[in-house]
Design a protein around this ligand. Structure first.
Ligand code: BJW
Ligand code: ZN
Length: 221
């Protein structure tokens, strides 16, 4: 299974693209790039702190819980997610491959130390307890490579899958958008769940139009 921001929409976590999406109010190149962070780390951290607060007070929705249940039932082998919110894990999914990192980790730009965050950061920008260096969110920005191990695992899972369920992603961000293509090429059936057609739809064998929180629980029954 591949998930995107749409699966967390019903938890009140804004998506990136589309009506009400984050990019309507904020320009990606001003916030989600290494250049933006170099230019104004405080601005970038203020945005991430705000998003951490939104996610912290949000809860997994029936879509996340259905995915976790499908894993327990042995139907879903793993969740490959582009989301950084950690809601799949909070819903009980155990096999989660995070392609774009986690908003619940920070990483030192100087010594590389990684910090697990239990709650939203307090002061921005936060600093490294070990070397005093500037911390950055441990997420993948535009122009940055995906974590090698996560990408390798995701590509392997896709190549070995019989069915790939794609939920709530616009399918425009690469290399994540290659995952359904890899599965398809390996002979998998691609099933898409989305409230509207996406860039994945042309290669999907089945398109189920609807909200993740309504469609996915029906797959459990
Ligand atoms: C619902 C719903 C409901 C709503 N139920 N559904 C090949 C071609 C073209 C470009 C490139 C390419 N290869 C690389 C690029 C460049 C770039 C890229 O892809 N650009 C395109 C946008 C043009 N990619 C990169 O830069 C990547 N890095 C890279 O390629 O590195 C190469 C390299 C190699 C070696 C050395 C150096 C470099 C990195 C991409 C990182 C993306 N990062 C972000 C931010 C993460 C951190 C953060 O959260 O702040 O990841 S951007 C943002 O988009 C975020 C998301 O994970 C990602 C995908 O978004 P997603 O999940 O699809 O959400 P939306 O909002 O787009 O869509 C929501 C969907 O849900 C919609 O379809 C709705 O209809 C639906 N929906 N409610 C069901 N209730
Ligand atoms: Zn450090």
């Amino acid at each position: 299974m591949l998930t995107g921001a749409g699966i967390s929409a019903e938890s009140g976590v804004p998506t990136f693209r589309g009506p009400g999406g984050l990019w309507e109010r904020y320009r990606p190149e001003e916030l989600a790039t290494p250049e933006a962070f170099e230019r104004d780390p405080e601005l970038v951290w203020r945005w991430y702190k705000w998003r951490q607060e939104v996610i912290y007070s949000a809860s997994p929705n029936p879509g996340h819980y259905a995915v976790a249940e499908l894993e327990r039932l042995g139907v879903v082998k793993a969740v490959i997610t582009q989301n950084v919110d950690g809601l799949h894990q909070r819903a009980g999914s155990t096999k989660v491959v995070e392609l774009h990192g986690s908003i619940w980790r920070a990483r030192c730009t100087k010594c590389g130390a990684v910090y697990k965050l239990e709650k939203p950061v307090e002061a921005v920008p936060p600093r490294c307890a070990k070397c005093g260096g500037l911390l950055r969110p441990d997420v993948v920005w535009f122009g940055e490579p995906l974590p090698q191990e996560a990408w390798r695992e995701a590509a392997e899972l896709a190549a070995a899958s019989d069915v790939m369920i794609v939920v709530g992603t616009s399918g425009v961000v690469y290399p994540a958008a290659y995952i359904p293509q890899i599965a398809k090429r390996a002979g998998a059936v691609v099933i898409e769940v989305n409230i509207e057609p996406s860039a994945i739809t042309p290669i999907a064998d089945f398109f189920i139009r609807g909200r993740a929180g309504e469609v996915l629980p029906r797959l459990v029954e």
